[in-house]
Design a binder for this molecule. Structure first.
Ligand code: IPE
Ligand code: IPE
Ligand code: MG
Length: 239
């Protein structure tokens, strides 16, 4: 729903040039622990909140959104927890069939996923091309693995003199501008192998909130913080 304050925030999004926002959705487990609930319940609450936050970002006019759902390192967790996260992602992909406005991309290495889930994700990607909003879901994603994958793809094409533009064209987010703002919830001050290539000049925002408790007001605060920053790209402020 668009209301007065949404309109103000949308204007800030537009004027500040916030095209692409990326979220490291961290803190599901601690959110659940604090409530004497199993970690899996935290992931369920996190998945529900992810849908709300993504919808809000779209409502305020942010065209590209990327979320970190599962890293290449998250396989190190107990099988029970990994299975629960995969089930939530599978359920999300099924709901996504009803979506009309979003172009979906599942970025990362899909090869270890269940074949039926993998086929479904690939079909969603194919069927949703050209829609007005883009959602990238990082799944079995690692920033280093992505760069290695891009370089290997270029070598396989016979490239020898690899440029930055070549790598940008072969990474998983080649259909998007680089993220303008990278947000991490869950109080940790690190990047954990997320969008390493793309974030060279991103702005960062770290929130002490656990992912399931992040609200649209918090997103407004992020937009305001972003709008107040000076991006210099290595140059100088305009006089
Ligand atoms: C969700 O938060 C991120 C995923 C890896 C799915 P966590 O599960 O890492 O929660 P914390 O950091 O242990 O609280
Ligand atoms: C980063 O969170 C990965 C996702 C949010 C999917 P982690 O909880 O895996 O990161 P670390 O282990 O604290 O660095
Ligand atoms: Mg974590």
């Amino acid at each position: 729903m668009m209301n007065q304050s949404n309109e103000t925030i949308s204007a800030l999004v537009e004027n500040a040039g916030l095209r692409h926002i990326a979220f490291i959705m961290d803190g599901n487990g601690r959110w659940a622990n604090a409530r004497m609930m199993p970690r899996e319940a935290g992931h369920k609450a996190g998945a529900d909140n992810f849908k709300k936050i993504v919808r809000y970002c779209r409502n305020i006019g942010i065209r590209y959104c990327t979320v970190y759902a599962f890293s290449t390192e998250n396989w190190n967790r107990p099988k029970r927890e990994v299975d629960a996260i995969m089930r939530l992602l599978d359920a999300f992909a099924k709901e996504a069939d009803e979506e009309k406005e979003i172009e979906f991309h599942f970025i990362g290495d899909k090869s270890p996923l269940e074949p039926s889930m993998r086929e479904h994700l690939e079909r969603l990607e194919k069927d949703t091309v050209g829609r007005p909003y883009v959602l990238n879901i990082a799944l079995n994603y690692g920033g280093r693995a992505e760069i290695v994958h891009a370089v290997n793809a270029l070598l396989a094409e016979g490239k020898t003199d690899i440029t930055e533009a070549d790598i940008s064209a072969r990474i998983y987010t080649s259909h998007c501008p680089d993220p303008d703002l990278v947000v991490r919830t869950g109080k940790e001050l690190r990047i954990s192998n997320f969008l390493l290539w793309q974030s060279a000049y991103a702005e960062y925002y770290f929130s002490d909130k656990m992912w399931p408790e992040l609200t649209s007001d918090d997103v407004d605060d992020m937009v305001k913080s972003f709008a107040g920053r000076k991006r210099r790209w290595g140059g100088l402020d305009k006089a």
